[in-house]
Design a protein around this ligand. Structure first.
Ligand code: SAM
Length: 205
């Protein structure tokens, strides 16, 4: 999703809207320095797991009803997607309580972050900004991304599509505003593609 190089993975990373993903659990095991934040982290691992179990059938059924919208190079099939997501959720849950004690998972909600200016070298966010453009307007996006840029020296966001597989209507506005402020914005192609056409990320530095 983010074209992460070995050098990128050596950086201090803030993963925003990380949800029940396994990036922190797996990265920590490999010695990386990752902090994950999400409003969801107010709940316990059991509560997060239960919520996932309640919605997963519905999500996979929706995917099966729209076969033309998806690319299966990575997950192979809707059932493969389900298995991969369940495995990620299990890795997350097994790591969550200990990670919370270690400060690796913290409750946090855009558009405000409690961290110091430039505290992290790299900020990542997947499947939240741009994806939910119908729910969050351009002001929310601009404030959120500026806030990520305040605390992170570089920010990467994936994907650039909305849930309707359209390029986010906020993207151009965001890029123009940030470039005026002196940031460099690049749209980079990435290997991962699940939503058809959703194989691009925005890199801002
Ligand atoms: C679809 S999930 C993506 C999880 C993970 N990044 C991934 O790619 O699998 C979207 C996440 O955004 C989180 N979220 C919702 N509102 C948020 C906000 N204002 N700030 C940060 N995260 C938020 C949700 O709790 C949820 O975990």
């Amino acid at each position: 999703m983010f074209n992460l190089t070995d050098g990128d993975l050596e950086k201090s990373i803030l993963s925003v809207a990380d949800g029940p993903a396994s990036f922190n659990a797996e990265g920590t095991r490999l010695g990386y320095r990752i902090k994950s934040i999400d409003p969801l982290y107010i709940f316990t691992a059991t509560q997060i797991s239960d919520r996932f179990d309640q919605v997963v059938d519905n999500v996979i059924a929706q995917v099966e009803r729209t076969p033309d919208d998806w690319v299966w190079t990575y997950h192979k099939s809707p059932n493969g997607l389900r298995k991969n997501r369940e495995q990620a959720k299990q890795l997350f849950c097994a790591d969550f309580e200990r990670g919370k004690d270690e400060g690796r998972y913290e409750m946090g909600e855009l558009p405000q972050l409690k961290y110091r200016d430039g505290e992290f070298e790299l900020g990542l966010s997947s499947h939240f900004l741009f994806l939910y453009s119908d729910h969050f307007d351009e002001t929310f996006h601009l404030e959120s991304i500026r806030e990520m840029l305040r605390v992170c020296q570089e920010v990467r966001i994936f994907p650039l599509l909305t849930l309707m597989l359209q390029r986010s209507p906020h993207l151009q506005f965001i890029v123009e505003k940030l470039e005026k402020q002196g940031y460099k914005c690049e749209i980079n192609q990435v290997e991962y593609e699940l939503q058809r056409g959703g194989n691009e990320m925005l890199r801002i530095h």
